[in-house]
Design a protein around this ligand. Structure first.
Ligand code: CMP
Length: 138
């Protein structure tokens, strides 16, 4: 199935000038970037994006981090894109992430882990609506 997924290159990735390196990981795997923009997340959009984590001990740190500087929001499309992108990203924590994954190479902590990706096709649809309201989403 051809799927779309939302990838956020988080503020740590933008600050460290590794947007290109990270995007290459997806493109080199045959995935296609179909929308891309740099934007500073407002607290409102960050809270909507991470609503399932509200109340967890890391929530405030996560919201402060994701809103501190611009991030790069991307829609990536391809065969089985959701699962493939999660595999390319690696586990949440850099200490658990497999060698060769983005988080193994670049992440510094569970919070500053460089990338977010949609976890299902349904959440990708919601995240496209949230981050790319200007993009047709069907
Ligand atoms: P992300 O894929 O953006 O989705 C939720 C984020 O919460 C996750 O990446 C991590 O950055 C962050 N996160 C998850 N678990 C923890 C944790 N135990 N401590 C700090 N941050 C976490």
């Amino acid at each position: 199935m051809i799927e779309k997924s939302v990838v956020l290159i988080k503020p740590d990735g933008v600050e460290r000038n590794i947007i290109g390196n990270i995007l290459s990981c997806y493109e080199d795997n045959g995935l296609k970037i179909v929308a891309l923009k740099l934007m500073k997340a407002t607290r409102e959009i960050a809270e909507k994006h991470y609503s399932q984590h509200k109340g967890k001990d890391f929530y405030e740190e996560l919201i402060t981090f994701i809103t501190r500087n611009p991030l790069c929001a991307v829609i990536i499309q391809g065969e089985d894109a959701v699962a493939r992108i999660r595999s390319i990203n690696g586990a949440t924590s850099p200490t658990d992430a497999a060698e060769g994954t983005i988080r193994h190479r670049y992440a510094r902590s569970k919070t500053e882990n460089c990338v977010h990706a949609s976890d299902t096709v349904e959440s990708a649809k919601e995240e496209i609506a949230l981050w790319f309201p200007e993009v047709e989403n069907n």
